[in-house]
Design a protein around this ligand. Sequence first.
Ligand SMILES: Nc1nc2c(ncn2[C@@H]2O[C@H](COP(=O)(O)OP(=O)(O)OP(=O)(O)O)[C@@H](O)[C@H]2O)c(=O)[nH]1
Ligand SMILES: [Zn+2]
Length: 198
Amino acid sequence: MSADFFPGSPGIDVNAAVQAAADLLAAIGVSSDSETAARTPARMVAGLAEMLSCPAWEFTTFPNREGQHELVLARDVPFTSLCAHHLLPFSGVAHVGVLPGQRIAGLSKLARTVEAFAARMQVQEELGQQIASFLEERLECRGVGVILAAEHLCMTRRGVRAQGSDTVTIACRGDLRDDPVARAEFLHLAAPQTRRAA
Ligand SMILES: Nc1nc2c(ncn2[C@@H]2O[C@H](COP(=O)(O)OP(=O)(O)OP(=O)(O)O)[C@@H](O)[C@H]2O)c(=O)[nH]1
Ligand SMILES: [Zn+2]
């Protein structure tokens, strides 16, 4: 298998990773003898590589010509990441709010920021903080707020098996952290009951 199989993951030693996956399966007593499972080690590596990489992109901004200094909020941005403790997926939605300064972000870049930081082994709290710090630094804006709501398979499908539970974390900067009115508006608009009817 060539390294071209893993676009965007130049750091992966494919042969070593596939051998390690095969060794892991053998060590836990899972046979990869059948035609069905013969390529499972390679698929395991490809799947992990895919989840730990994202396409290259540019953080595009525009001048804030009309003075949009109130909240801009991207809601229900889906994401999937890998739990740093168990290497199992955790997935859910992000709500990303910005109080713009001199420039406004291309809207898709809020979702791309979520996608880029999710494409790592993560702890949910740190994922939210990394997204907030990145946007605050890049946009030099008055405030950033990131709410993540996610199901951790390591918590719902194994271990304590708390099926149906999700975890919500909040990471705020600037006025979305310090101004109670701005923060309350952000939290209100991120809440499910404010969604448009489907
Ligand atoms: N704070 C935080 N904890 C997480 C996250 N993802 C997984 N964990 C927790 O990390 C902890 C790891 O605890 P350990 O006791 O070392 O692992 P474990 O024996 O598999 O624990 P159990 O999941 O309780 O079976 C667990 O409590 C997980 O629920 C996360 O994003 N944030
Ligand atoms: Zn976990």
